[in-house]
Unconditional design. Structure first.
Length: 76
């Protein structure tokens, strides 16, 4: 009996792990971050994402570095 129970548990795990992710993101460095960002201030942006079934809201203030590219500041 125990072997059958263990196999059914492992089958359940395999089924849950085999599910394709509903959220597909572009690889980093291809503008995936900038596409889903909404400007709420001069240098403040909001990004909404989904991680492990939970909705996350990322509010960040950005700054421009010496090269002129936008870099994220601390969260807040």
């Amino acid at each position: 009996k125990r072997k059958k129970e263990m196999s059914s548990k492992s089958e359940k795990r395999m089924k849950t792990e085999a599910k394709p992710s509903k959220v597909t993101e572009n690889p980093p460095g291809q503008g995936s971050e900038e596409e889903g960002m909404f400007q709420i201030g001069k240098m403040r942006y909001v990004r909404v994402s989904c991680f492990k079934g939970k909705v996350l809201v990322d509010i960040r203030e950005f700054y421009t570095d010496k090269e002129g590219s936008m870099k994220p500041g601390r969260k807040g």
